[in-house]
Write a protein that binds this ligand. Sequence first.
Ligand code: SF4
Ligand code: SF4
Length: 488
Amino acid sequence: MIEPMLSSKAESSGARDRASGAFPSNEAPPCFHLLAKPSGSTCNIDCQYCFFLSKDALYPDEQHRMSESTLEAYIHQLLSAHRTPDVTVAWQGGEPTLMRLDFFRKAVGFVEKYRKPGQRVKHTFQTNGILLDDEWCSFFHEHDFLVGLSVDGPRDLHDTYRVDRHGKGTFDLVMRGWEKLRRHQVEFNILCTVNAANEHHGRSVYRFFRDDLGARWVQFIPILERATEQTIDLANLGWRAQPGRQRVLYTQTGDRVTNRSVGARQYGQFLVDIFEEWIRHDVGQVYVQLFDVTLEALLGRHLLCIHAPTCGFGPALEYNGDLYSCDHFVEPGYRLGNIHDTPMLEMLASPEQRRFGLNKRESLTAQCRQCDVRDVCNGGCPKDRFALSRDGEPGQNYLCPGLERFFKHTRPAMRTMARLLQHGHAPAEVMALTIAEDKRRGVYAPCPCGSGRKFRFCHGEKESRDHVDTGVTPGHRPRNGPSRTCAS
Ligand code: SF4
Ligand code: SF4
């Protein structure tokens, strides 16, 4: 499982001195964004790319379930540590529905017990959707949960890697969960991984979410599973423990990637493919996380740790109270301590954690430091920096060719939207400008997405599904998708 949407590793908007990313050593951050894993990495399905499945090896011989005392300590510390009115309680996994509903009823009760006057608390919940039923969805609706649903696209693309323990695709079960969310009017968003199977189908995947699932908030996460020369063969077989098979505990080491990982350049092209659709039809209607993040960065606000100058305000909490520097670094060497022994705020303000966050900026390669789009990219996530720069310097982001392609391609339109916003206009006005430009260029000119096809047969087309079976019948289409505000 990967991070949920609203709780998507957002940088703490209250972090002091955002330009430098620093806060004085005697002060703790006023807010932060913690991802809690109440069932550890335990999951009820077996996505082939999910290296989190290997993390159960960190706690062998234990039942990975958060106890009531850890739950209470967590909620209490989280709420008392925040000095901002808004707090997000972010549930993630593994698969958090394995904890059963009673656990979350207690969580909501503890929030009421420890909420400070004036504090506004939002629960987010990232799920594979398999166990969602009327009871769950009615609970989510009642308590205004924002649910992130993991879907990798239409049936064929989703079922390539998102399979159960018998290797069977989970698409139908996930769609059943989506239907329940929709029926109970639960606010939801889609989390889609970009991997070797769907990397060439950006527009079809996006249209499926927008048109068939009625999604109005979508997040794309690149799959990049690292391995070493020694572990790559095992890694290609998957991460779950299997009888008779040696296994690897996933750590952020090695410069090889599995065959399920997205191609570096293709990641950029996938995003460009979606951007060219969005910029003509959906600005202000559909929120694609990275597009929002890029626009906000041009305005000087960094909403997502991955593309912020520094990070370190998005720790992960394991089921037993162990706190790690980041959800992507739940591994030995990044354990900050346990909330039963040390207050979480103290761990967040610790020199180790501050070093972790500042290192994001201090370890940039010369190529990144001189890059034209550094202001919006900032070198990407440190976990992905295992390639060589153009000058042969180690520590370049593996995805750099794709990131550069996306940020350079979208720069003119993003700048136009930023200017519109600064002058009190709606960024959606960029759509009319884009369409006027299309008319000037003509339908037989090459499509600006860079596909090599003529515009008329590419993004100038009214409707196209790349021959991908969406797996959802039109009868399932919601009339109105749930709405969310930009950059909340
Ligand atoms: S290492 Fe930093 S940038 Fe990467 S996901 Fe963790 S907090 Fe975000
Ligand atoms: S696009 Fe590449 S070179 Fe530029 S900041 Fe991002 S990772 Fe660095």
